[in-house]
Write a protein that binds this ligand. Structure first.
Ligand code: 5GP
Length: 205
C-alpha cells in the first residue's frame, strides 16, 4: 500500500529567512511546496502563483465560504490561507508537503493533521532578526515595528512547536530541517505497516 505523504509546517519569525530555507528544501530534497492565498499586496519581484496567489478581500472570503482553504489566519492586517486542493492531492500521491505558515495556522493544522511535523525557525539572536528585517528593505519602518512586536508574541508560541531550528548558516539550516523530517519518518509509529509486512514475509520464508 502506498504511504500517504507528511505535512510539514515551517514557521518562524518574520525576516528569519523561511522563504529561502523552504525554497532550498524543495530544490535539494524534492518536497512539494504549498502556495498560499493572501490579501497582502505583492512585494517587488513577487509573482502571482509563485510566491502567493494574490487575492482581493472579496475573493479571499469566497475561498473561505466554499471550504477552499484548510486553514487561514490574519497576520498584520492581512489574510493568509492554505488552498485545500493542492495539499490533499499531494498527500494522497504520497508526497511530503511543506506549508510555510504562521503560528495560528500551525496549531490549526496540528489539530486537523496530528501526524504533521511542526518546525520553528529562529535567528541566532533578536538583534540579528531585526537586522535581517531592516536589511531586506522591502518593509517600511512602521511595518518593521509591527512585525517585531508580532515576533514578541510569536516567541511565546515557540513552545507549541516540536522542533526549533536556528537559521545561522543557510546550508546547515536546510540540512537540519531535512534531518528532522527524515528522523520523524523513521519513528516506530510511522512504520507499523512496514514492520507487519516484514514480520509476515519473514514467517513465510
Ligand atoms: P509575508 O507577508 O511575510 O509573506 O507572510 C507573513 C506571515 O504569514 C508569515 O509568518 C507566513 O509564514 C504567514 N503565512 C503565509 N502563508 C500563510 C498561510 O497560508 N496561512 C497562515 N496561517 N499563515 C501564512
Amino acid at each position: 500500500m502506498e504511504k500517504k505523504g507528511t505535512l510539514i509546517v515551517v514557521s518562524g519569525f518574520s525576516g528569519v529567512g523561511k522563504g529561502t530555507v523552504v525554497k532550498r528544501l524543495v530544490e535539494d530534497y524534492g518536497y512539494s511546496l504549498s502556495i498560499s492565498a493572501t490579501t497582502r499586496a505583492p512585494r517587488e519581484g513577487e509573482v502571482d502563483g509563485r510566491e502567493y496567489y494574490f487575492k482581493t478581500r472579496e475573493e479571499f472570503m469566497s475561498l473561505i465560504d466554499y471550504n477552499g482553504l484548510i486553514e487561514w489566519a490574519v497576520y498584520v492586517d492581512n489574510y493568509y490561507g492554505t488552498p485545500r486542493a493542492f495539499v490533499e492531492r499531494e498527500l494522497a500521491a504520497g508526497h511530503n508537503v511543506i506549508l510555510e505558515i504562521e503560528v495560528q495556522g500551525a496549531m490549526n493544522i496540528k489539530s486537523q493533521y496530528p501526524d504533521s511535523v511542526l518546525i520553528f525557525l529562529t535567528a541566532p539572536s533578536a538583534e540579528e532578526l531585526k537586522n535581517r528585517l531592516i536589511g531586506r528593505g522591502t518593509e517600511d519602518p512602521a511595518v518593521i515595528e509591527k512585525r517585531m512586536k508580532r515576533a514578541v508574541e510569536e516567541s511565546e508560541d515557540m513552545e507549541q512547536y516540536e522542533y526549533i531550528v536556528v537559521n545561522d548558516d543557510l546550508d546547515q539550516c536546510v540540512k537540519d530541517v531535512n534531518s528532522v523530517i527524515v528522523a520523524k519518518s523513521c519513528r516506530l509509529e510511522e512504520n507499523k505497516e512496514f514492520m507487519n509486512k516484514m514480520k509476515a514475509e519473514l514467517k513465510a520464508l
